[in-house]
Design a binder for this molecule. Structure first.
Ligand SMILES: [Zn+2]
Length: 119
């Protein structure tokens, strides 16, 4: 899956406002205006900085938990920050799993969320 705005693949997409907008649309379910950083949500219409601010990335993690995903976020010495998502389909014995890494935790969370929601 590639970014609908800049065509970068998920794992190569940097932490930019372009990625924030992609997450707002695909994961958070907002309708962003093309080319603008505004969403359809009521209280604050600015697209949150999901890919750079941990507080805002946590909104993404919470949204995934609300969709019954198990969210694992961590850091390891070798490869840095990661986010792993798992979801069990009750009608299918196998677990769906998505994993992403990033130079910071918010980026890893955004990449994993996009993988899970873009499949
Ligand atoms: Zn992009």
């Amino acid at each position: 899956m590639n970014c609908p705005h800049c065509n970068n693949p998920i794992d190569e997409h940097e932490a930019t406002r372009c990625l924030d907008t992609w997450v707002a649309d695909v994961v958070m379910g907002y309708t962003t205006s093309p080319g603008l950083l505004w969403t359809s949500r009521k209280s604050d219409h600015r697209v949150p900085k999901y890919s750079t601010e941990i507080e805002e990335a946590w909104e993404v993690a919470n949204a995934l938990v609300g969709m019954n995903w198990k969210v694992f976020i961590g850091i390891d010495m070798k490869d840095g920050n990661y986010c792993r998502l798992e979801w069990h389909d009750p009608f299918d014995p196998k677990w769906n799993q998505f994993m992403a890494r990033g130079t910071n935790a918010p980026l890893a969370i955004c990449r994993a969320a996009l993988k899970a929601k873009s499949k």
